[in-house]
Design a protein around this ligand. Sequence first.
Ligand SMILES: [Zn+2]
Length: 464
Amino acid sequence: MTQHCDILLEGGVVVTMDDARRVIERGVVAVRGNRIAAVGTQAELSGWRAQRIVDCSGQAVIPGLIDSHNHLFQVAGRGLGDGMALWQWLSEFMLPRAAGIRPQEAVAAVRVGALEAMSSGTTTIIDNHYAPNDTAATLQVAGALHDMGLRGAVARGVFGPFTDIARDNHLSPLLFQNSTRHEIDSMRECLAEWHSDRVQIWPSPINVIYNDQDLVQGLVQLADEFDVRWQTHCSEAAIDPEIYQQAYGLRPFIWMEKEGLLGHRASFAHAIWLDDAEIECSGARQCGIAHNPMSNQYLASGAMRLRDARAAGATVGMGADGAAGHLMDMFQIMRQMVYVQRLHTLDPEASFAEEAFELATRGGAQLAGLDAGCLEQGRLADIAVVSLRGAHMAPCFNPVANLVYCASGRDVTLTMVDGRVVYENGRATLVDQDEIVHEAHAQCKGLIERLDIPTRRRPSAPVR
Ligand SMILES: [Zn+2]
């Protein structure tokens, strides 16, 4: 019987990530509207007809990759702020610059970052956007993601009052300008004014460690009220739970547990330095953890307890966490996750390519509450097509291993979000990518000059 759809992705190696983890050699994915209509072998789908057929032979067809934690505006400082650990990086580099960035500069950086992500197979981004974070700028950033055709959320990062922990640890007061009341009202305004079928706005107390406790509670209540998720940073640096304990007499996850803030709506960027009781809480409450192995290496933050967190029941997704110092290429981030876990535990079985691929697809979808992350009938049609033709991909015995260990975002030939092709053969389809790149150069150059940000490190001492 003939069946009709809009697009057939035909002849590729289909890595479904369905419950059976089927990999179909010479498979077909049928897309109708914004959903996957069917997945199977060419024989199984021989009766399907489409308005458009995309020849995917010699390529892998995979679920679109999900970046569970990013700060796209940080692209504005690409290549700068090198060689600092988290608190120094925040106090001396990122936060003073964030306080000075203008909306048009942030949006230019967000757009070029989003372009980089979509061109490397990312279909969903949770963009933790905190500068500038007034209502107008927040809606502009959400609009930029929407207009580029992406899915995701702008997790609006909120600083609130200047806390003792922030002051004692030398964070710039410039971003901590608003009262809890003011921030809750602004957050409510953003949530009420924004409407999109693909991009949400989430509340995001920027960091449980140095946010005011009332602010954290108020923002979590707003997430419940508007039926959206919320995200924060927690225990990224080794000292974080210690300074929290000194200030409040208990560890941060234990405080959130006591206050009833933990649950499936919550996702925590990093959550590296959790003790056993905190791991237990994060799992029992089915919290999300956005794991950022590239950033954790770059800032020398540490290696998260991946195996423990997943065994306890936490939902782990994977993120890029800004691109001031590195790429947003989820393929690179996937393999770094495996390497970090193995090096940290000195155990070659600590993690595998299959686990990395799972976190970047199914894990991210679960963390964000999306009906995506695998290719099966009825799911959202968020898909990437990746060339297997390069020398670095030959031979290909285990497609998932090749994708994780050998592929790069530059192998992506097509990215589809919500059933619509948003990137194909080197070009974004809905926006002018040359204009986006040009504008990023121009706006970010202006920012760096205005804020007098050094672009060269002092030379290190010569080796004798
Ligand atoms: Zn972050």
